[in-house]
Design a protein around this ligand. Structure first.
Ligand SMILES: [Zn+2]
Length: 330
């Protein structure tokens, strides 16, 4: 069906939810004033502070932040802006977040509209001289294929729309870290052997995930998720994205009855035993789809780190859940 493969995460949110901060001239003036104060070197407020001489790297999103922390170690202060568990597609920065961004020595962000609610703040920080590293500028990007989007007149769903969910593939993240390494080195952050070691760990993780997922037979290698978040994972590990419950971005979009009926037909025709819900998926809609299609609903963490805060655990847990629920033993 056509309602399945759209990637509307960031850009849709950007259009439908302009940043609240920019609607109030007084707030903008205050923010720019704050930037001026901060650039003058005056510390304001209780934002996290690095040890003397240490740089502060501000990462927008928790999953990305986990890898940056692994890379940097104790050589810099890594501050993750969005609380783990917040939906990055929906996040709006607070005044304190703005302050944190303005004080960064380096901003690391996903890009492709994932941080739509922060776009203005990030741009203003750059204008004020804060360096930005956008992950999706440095990796191979997956795009929506011809005929995949439900509404080809929507630029977010037309063929060629760019998928921001790059963290769902460890080798794509390795590309990102390889590009980030020289930027950190320019800031005087000593990576020693950590970049090579982390790259090797990500390659080993890829092999491990592939082994875990070998339990899934060819006929079950079809993913239905809450919104279209597993495209990179599917491409890397030999799955197809059969469809998503919410057309477009998580909680932003509403599936039509026709969309859901078509998805249910496709699930039945494929015979997959389970569908996956995630942050932002309506449980009631998922239950209706699952009941009608005769499959079970499994909760998958695609945007939230596990309690140990590790990207590696995050990906292992995800692959294990997919393998357990679509595998031969399922
Ligand atoms: Zn998403």
């Amino acid at each position: 069906m056509s309602a399945t493969r759209r990637v509307a995460c960031g850009p849709t949110a950007k259009r439908s939810r302009p940043l609240r901060l920019v609607r109030t001239p007084g707030v903008v003036a205050a923010m720019l004033g704050l930037a001026a104060v901060l650039l003058a070197g005056c510390a304001v407020g209780p934002t996290p502070t690095a040890a003397p001489g240490q740089k502060t790297i501000v990462v927008t999103y928790s999953v990305l932040g986990a890898l940056v922390k692994d890379l940097v170690g104790d050589e810099a202060d890594v501050v993750v802006l969005m609380p783990n568990g917040a939906d990055p597609h929906e996040f709006q920065p607070s005044a304190r977040d703005v302050e944190t961004v303005m004080r960064a020595d380096l901003l690391v962000e996903n890009g492709l509209g994932l941080e739509a609610g922060m776009a203005t703040v990030l741009e203003q920080a750059e204008a004020a001289g804060v360096r930005r590293f956008v992950v999706t500028d440095h990796v191979s990007i997956r795009t929506v294929g011809e005929g995949e989007g439900a509404d080809p007149s929507d630029p977010d769903q037309a063929a060629g729309a760019k998928d921001p969910h790059v963290w769902m593939d460890p080798l794509t993240m390795r590309q990102a870290l390889d590009a980030l390494g020289p930027v950190l080195a320019e800031l005087g952050i000593d990576l020693d052997t950590r970049l090579a070691e982390l790259g090797a760990r990500l390659e080993a993780l890829d092999v491990e995930l592939r082994t875990t997922l070998a339990a899934v037979p060819e006929k079950n290698r079809a993913l239905v998720t809450g919104h279209e978040s597993l495209g990179y994972f599917a491409d890397r590990y030999g799955f197809t994205v059969l469809g998503s419950i919410v057309p477009g971005l998580s909680s932003e979009a509403e599936p039509s009855a026709g969309d859901l009926a078509a998805l249910i037909r496709e699930i039945r025709a494929t015979g997959v035993p389970a569908i996956f819900v995630e942050l932002g998926t309506s449980p009631s809609v998922a239950e209706v789809v699952a009941a009608d299609a005769g499959v079970r609903v499994v909760e998958l963490s695609t945007h939230v780190l596990p309690p140990d805060g590790s990207y590696f655990t995050f990906m292992r847990d995800l692959a294990t859940l997919v393998a357990t629920n679509l595998g031969t033993a399922a």
